[in-house]
Design a protein around this ligand. Sequence first.
Ligand code: PLP
Length: 388
Amino acid sequence: MSNSGRHFLQVPGPTNIPDRVLKAIHAPGVDHRGPHFLPFAIKLLEDVKTLFKTKETVAIWPSSGTGAWEAALVNTLSPGDKVLMFDAGMFSNLWVKMGKMLQLDVQVVENDWRRGADPAVVEEKLTQDKNHAIKAVCIVHNETSNGVLARLADIRKAMDAAKHPALLLVDSISGLGCTDYQHDQWGVDVTICGSQKGMMLPTGLGFNAISKKAREAYKSSKMPRSYWDWEWMTGAYDKGIFPYTPAASLMNGLRASIDMMHEEGLENIFARHNRFATATRKAVEAWGLEVVCQDEREFSPSVSAIYLPEGHSADAFRRVAFERFNISLGAGLGKFADRVFRIGHMGDLNEAMLTGALSSVEMGLRAAGVPHTSGGVDAAIAHLSQAN
Ligand code: PLP
């Protein structure tokens, strides 16, 4: 492999970290109870709310996204509580596993991994639950393993139509910052996020946006917790104080990424992601390959999962692409292992980077002897060169 030029990181998280964010992180340590940090933290805790479109508190832990999943469950529920979860992909599946490990009574809806959680099924399950035994509905907004975006606003409507009081807990780890997300407007009770996707940061910050209803549920929740306890974590946020050492350098990076996102404008960012996702799917179609997602209402704006033709190893193809063309592509996960590869098109990306990545994919298909039609890059270029 030639090491010249930049490595193309096209996995669906961690994503490319902009130079401005890298520079912000590259800072000396700071006294997190001192006069520099406190006003910085107060403003950051306020401004991060804009990414979630919420006025409520957003808790930030030094953690990966998995920690933020756990925080959402242990602060709102009690052992043995019924929760409704969909097995709609690898991450939904892992969240189910966590729920079971935490001794929740997980009602798993078996879901086609090529589609998102169905709002009609949510309505049906909640309507059947006359005694309101189900305490929470847990939804992965953007399934990173299969490139499927759940119809969250419709799921909220379905819960309202069923007149059911369950909490709505949402993992938007790979959706937030890439596609519209409205914590308050959609009546989400806990939004879970991680720093290494749309926020363009390294892994290491986990987030919970917390509704008033979730705060109420916290009061009666009996799940054992300490590190993840909301009250402990957020009790002195108004003074900029964290209960234990915050990841200050990542928070410097978050400051820079929020500023960049405000400068570009959230709506422009979402439109850019849609444009790049469409261009990627046009390339896939021209290659004669197939994306996993089967419902065009659910195409993910941040990641595309793509089948290789039967009998061809997706991992062997990814290895050729890596070794020959210095590009990292996402692996197929779970049921899709070795059948699917994924192109992340989220975060800090422009047209030249995307077409460069798609060119490397096309070269990789050729070099690995994967049957396809050439012209995918051309199809993407045709889409991207149209006026925005
Ligand atoms: N949920 C989704 C949708 C993800 O994409 C990921 C990671 O890729 C996770 C949860 C787990 O997050 P982490 O790996 O940061 O713990």
